[in-house]
Design a protein around this ligand. Sequence first.
Ligand SMILES: Nc1nc2c(ncn2[C@@H]2O[C@H](COP(=O)(O)OP(=O)(O)O[C@H]3O[C@H](CO)[C@@H](O)[C@H](O)[C@@H]3O)[C@@H](O)[C@H]2O)c(=O)[nH]1
Length: 317
Amino acid sequence: MKALITGITGFAGSHLAEHLLAHQMEVSGTVRKTSSIKHIAHLLPAVRLYECELTNEANVEKMIADVKPDMIFHLAAQSFVPKSWESPLETIYNNIAGQIHLLEAVRKAGINCKLLLACSSEEYGQVETQDIPIKETTPLRPLNPYAVSKITQNYLGYQYFRSYGMHIVCMRTFNHTGPRRGEQFVTSNFARQIVEIERGLKPPILYVGNLEAKRDFTDVRDVVRAYRLAIEKCEPGEVYNIASGSSRAIGEMLQTLVSLSSSTISIQEDPARLRPADVPELIGDYSKFHHRTGWRPEIPFEQTMQDLLSYWRAEFS
Ligand SMILES: Nc1nc2c(ncn2[C@@H]2O[C@H](COP(=O)(O)OP(=O)(O)O[C@H]3O[C@H](CO)[C@@H](O)[C@H](O)[C@@H]3O)[C@@H](O)[C@H]2O)c(=O)[nH]1
């Protein structure tokens, strides 16, 4: 089976490539001119890389015609919420134009290809207390342009399924983390600061934003396993939550990380890290996905935090 991963050089993309190779799939992926291949260098030449800008229609058509994948995992996106406030149009344009080019290229190529769209729990946005834990039927009340872009990706997938009968499944993935997580995201940002403090590279003050928000974290390695099961077993046109089913305040997550270090660290709020609006609490109900595939998360949160710190310690060794 030929799998294509858009965003293969990224965090989830690199873990997914490893997972699919371990399941005897042929793996290709798209890279941009500016992408670092650091996270997948160890997988070359087993994975094939295609230089492709998803916002360039001709690039995408050529890539799909060349690869003729049996399945596509569409992960490439502008995925950092604060950036979507700084440049809303860029986020909307990148995330939507890229996906439309991909859907159109597959449709025009007339190939038999399953697609998985990596959407987001941010689509739920402002969730009412009675809606927790969040089901796929919970109303969508987006709080930032990134969330709007993901809702659009989600509904485009539905529309192409309905209009053309394409095999498209949509995952509303809750927060996920682990080794290689980009340093702008909260878990990795805090872990990196701790390691910099341990190494004496910065004073022992860890800067934070909103510690009250609650997020439902799953290990990225559990998430990529879910993506393979989803493309194999899920019903096209449907949307599925991927979550752990419990949440933690960001402050609790920070305490877990700090407890795994022997350094003495003080915490200081950095107003620049506060957002114009922050989703207060996300807890996902993953029972729909569990009933379809048998999946449940396996890696304990403390293990994920330990592995994330180990990743940053290795980066600074
Ligand atoms: N990034 C960051 N976030 C902080 C900080 N301090 C507190 N936070 C809080 O930590 C929470 C998580 O922030 P992020 O890690 O940036 O993730 P996110 O905004 O929840 O979005 C992530 O999860 C979504 C799924 O729910 C993904 O769709 C999205 O792409 C991203 O991975 C937010 O409530 C944010 O305000 C900080 O210093 N940096």
